[in-house]
Ligand binder design. Structure first.
Ligand code: ZN
Length: 536
């Protein structure tokens, strides 16, 4: 190589390294340091309402103050949220099937578990109807309930959806509130949800293990989306055949159709259910934590780009391998740490942003997105001032960041911008490779979306069919919602750093853009952004 060329090469490498260091604010190490604090055993798994969560939030508030952010809650940085905690008392609860006048007891934990997400009635006796996926999707003229007599009956459904219904739409109609709306209209009194073996994140043994763990609901009628629902059971697919006996159909046959992701047969079952549920209730207090970094444009500073993450996790539960603390290092100390790290980076390398930034750390996510539900119903900034929500939940930097899943990628120009930024950093952006897991509605962005705010969530991901896919599947099976989602697990710091860079760049771009992000014309979620027209 000629000397001149060598010098040119060195010169270019030098320029490239400056460019890279300018665009890279994160090394993954500062992120991991925050995760180490939030997922420490001392935080006791950050259960909603617990001292551990309070400690974690106090730490977060200290960091935010250090970073020079302004309090944007009700009591300083805090927005108090009240919950009703519900715990099943199994000794005084029971389940049985009745067939031809004979009673067949069901074993709680073995066959099925009660879901205390809804306000269970003390006793329910009703016949059962298999309603397929139990889905009603008016936009697609799809209705599993059509032609079924559900009056006074309990609908048995299999989790899932037919392939013809787009992911976001099918997720939306599988949310507890939407599902109940349709079933209530059809006259049903409850739901038995058979888990779909094809999309179970957690094995049944672990679901059963923590079935006595309390659930929570927001205090206030306005938040009750399942009013009138008397029974909610989650049924073990390995035990579901007994529900179908005598109906002329088998569960195995239903599963075969579900594997093809086609519409399922629907028919009355030959059994009825008797359920007695004793639930212990108490009131719990917790809080969201909210901070503001003011923008500089005289007008646009009144608008906010929201970065959100849930701080809460599952607390202390049944031991697995001798460990009782459900640390939630990835779920979601990891996301809270990104917010803290981004806030710290904005102190270290300030940006003159037009819009303000809002950092929202929510509680009660594990109880059904409750902290964000409360915040979006009672925002501490002007309703309508939030232009976008970038939510971070369990982004899983457990492999090098080559593929980024963007939930909501094709729904708004916020999604498109996230995709463009990702690609510019050499990361392939893709929509959800596993839409049947319903990830889009399973975290806090969904509540922002339902209030008309374009939102998305991004996760380190894999190419479908690649060896990495198994790494993620194994992570869900073994660590998701288990005590082993802790600080002893391997993480990829450079993937975390790169991910943070994408989040920061997106936030900066949206904060400075003359236009607010908007839903695409054909996006289903655009309807929530329409001004209210009155009516019901
Ligand atoms: Zn979780």
């Amino acid at each position: 190589m000629k000397n001149k060329n060598l010098w040119l090469l060195i010169f270019w490498a030098f320029l490239a390294s400056i460019a890279y260091s300018q665009q890279s604010h994160f090394d993954g190490k500062t992120w991991w340091a925050f995760v180490n604090v939030l997922a420490d055993d001392k935080m006791e798994g950050r259960e909603t309402g617990s001292i551990g969560l309070r400690k974690a939030e106090a730490y977060i508030v200290d960091q935010l103050k250090d970073d020079g952010l302004e309090a944007a809650g009700i009591n300083g940085f805090y927005q108090p949220v009240k919950f009703e905690s519900r715990q099943i008392v199994e000794k005084e609860s029971s389940l049985s099937l009745a067939r031809d006048g004979k009673t067949e007891p069901l074993a709680l934990g073995e066959d099925a578990v009660f879901s205390t997400r809804i306000d269970l009635a003390p006793s329910v006796a009703a016949s059962l109807v298999f309603a397929g996926y139990g889905l009603t999707v008016p936009e697609m003229n799809y209705d599993d309930l059509a032609g079924l007599d559900l009056k006074g009956k309990v609908a048995v459904v299999l989790a899932g959806s037919p392939a013809e219904i787009p992911g976001a739409l099918s997720s939306h109609y599988q949310s507890a509130g939407e599902r109940w709306k349709a079933l209530e209209k059809a006259g049903a009194v409850g739901i038995i949800n058979i888990l779909n073996p094809a999309s179970m994140d957690i094995p049944w043994s672990r679901i059963s293990l923590n079935r006595a763990h309390p659930n929570m609901a927001l205090v206030g009628k306005e938040f009750d989306e399942t009013a009138g629902q008397k029974l909610a059971l989650i049924f073990n697919p390995a035990k579901a055949e007994q529900l179908f006996a005598g109906s002329g159909h088998s569960f195995a046959e239903v599963l075969d159709v579900a594997k093809e992701r086609k519409q399922l047969p629907r028919f009355p079952l030959a059994v009825s259910i008797n359920a007695k549920a004793k639930v212990e209730k108490k009131t719990i207090e917790s809080a969201n934590v909210i901070a503001r970094l003011p923008g500089t444009d005289p007008d646009l500073k009144n608008e906010y780009v929201v970065l959100s993450a849930h701080v809460d996790h599952l607390g202390i539960g049944e031991p697995i391998n001798g460990d009782r603390i459900y640390n939630g290092a990835m779920d979601n100390a990891s996301g809270s740490a990104v917010l803290l790290d981004v806030a710290a980076s904005l102190k270290k390398s300030p940006e003159k942003l037009k819009r303000s930034l809002l950092f929202v750390f929510v509680t009660g996510e594990e109880k059904g997105l409750l902290g964000s539900k409360y915040f979006t119903a009672h925002p501490t900034v002007k309703a309508g001032a939030m232009v976008a929500d970038i939510n971070i939940d369990m982004f899983l930097p457990i492999v090098p960041l080559k593929f980024l899943t963007i939930l909501g990628l094709n729904e708004s120009d916020l999604g498109e911008q996230a995709g463009a930024i990702s690609e510019s950093l050499g990361v392939k952006a893709q929509p959800d490779p596993e839409p049947q897991r319903n990830a889009f509605i399973r975290s806090d962005q969904y509540n922002f979306i339902r209030h008309g705010i374009p939102g998305l969530a991004m996760q380190v991901s894999f190419e479908k069919g690649s060896p990495e896919q198994k790494i993620f599947k194994d992570w869900l099976t073994n660590r998701y919602h288990a005590p082993s989602d802790d600080l002893a697990q391997p993480v990829d710091l450079s993937a975390a750093g790169k991910y943070e860079e994408i989040v920061r760049s997106l936030m900066v771009r949206v904060a400075d853009d003359a236009q607010r992000p908007h839903w695409k014309q054909d996006s289903f979620f655009r309807r929530y952004a329409q001004p209210a027209t009155g009516g019901t």
